[in-house]
Write a protein that binds this ligand. Sequence first.
Ligand SMILES: [Zn+2]
Ligand SMILES: [Zn+2]
Length: 352
Amino acid sequence: MRVIAYYGRHDLREEEWPRPLPGRGEVRVRIQSVCICGSDITQYTTGKIGDVATPVPFVLGHEAAGIVDACGEGVNGLPQGTPVALEPNMPCGECEWCERGKLNLCPHVKFLGSAPVHGALAEYVVVPARHVVPVRARVTFAEMACIEPLAIGIYVVRKLGVGAGDTVAVFGVGGIGMVCVLAARASGARVVAVTDRVGSRLALAKQLGAERGVNVSERDAVREIMQLTGGRGVDVAIEAAGVPGALRDAVLSAAIGGRVAIAGIPHEESWELPAAVARRRELLIHNIRRCCHTTHAAVEWVERGVVNLAPLVTHRMPWEKAEDAFELAAARAEGTLRISLEPELPREPFYA
Ligand SMILES: [Zn+2]
Ligand SMILES: [Zn+2]
């Protein structure tokens, strides 16, 4: 089968690898779309994620969708040809944290596209059946691949108890910030402002229901949000840029007694926190690691049309252009958000 193999920073090669066989309880999925996530870009440009070096050769990609191709022994209810999204987070199921239901915190977790588990930029991927989620909606495979980030957005708003009457601001509207906007809106909250440096992303966030876009290369986000809220600040401030400035802005924009999420992935070892303000306002500051128990909610939202993920997918590119696609994604240029890499002309889902 064809794979896109990572061979070092800025070096991807198309190769022929053996096609995997599904074992007992496993399903082989024929991949139709893989969306490039910030964590893939980090590995592609720096050769590591956190303190874990990406081995060579390695297959990246975890935001993925495809069709059921073959099932191993003991797998029922997933007929060949079923359109599915992949749930990339595979906890051990046996440790203290798994037993407590904190599946995203399992220290023995295997994660698709995170060493040593090869990812989804392959023609075929084999995963345990429970990590294959049928999607019964008339959407593209690229949209199905965005179900994984949507699940993170739902997890963030669930963790912070976002609901009707809440005012929200999202600091950084890349893929994760954008799904936080969708999830907050769908939960009944007002998204009074989003921030970013990319104009097209601010425009898209507004199209998805944010009331104001603040370009932080030109304007002061905190001052703007304080003005918009009559000096009160927002109930919920979501850092989704993975940069220290966004956390600072989030803390300083939060209302007294407000909640702050750190949903971005920091590149630095440590960040500065405006500690005096955070204490005086008694802010609840919540770290976010991936997501937990929200994939089915994300699928259901897509199936019922609660959210539309189509605008998140700005580019669909063939595998031959994998390196171009990663470079484009890494540039975070105007007009880009999620870039879908597709190994063949997708046989788009067929639900009428
Ligand atoms: Zn991702
Ligand atoms: Zn575990």
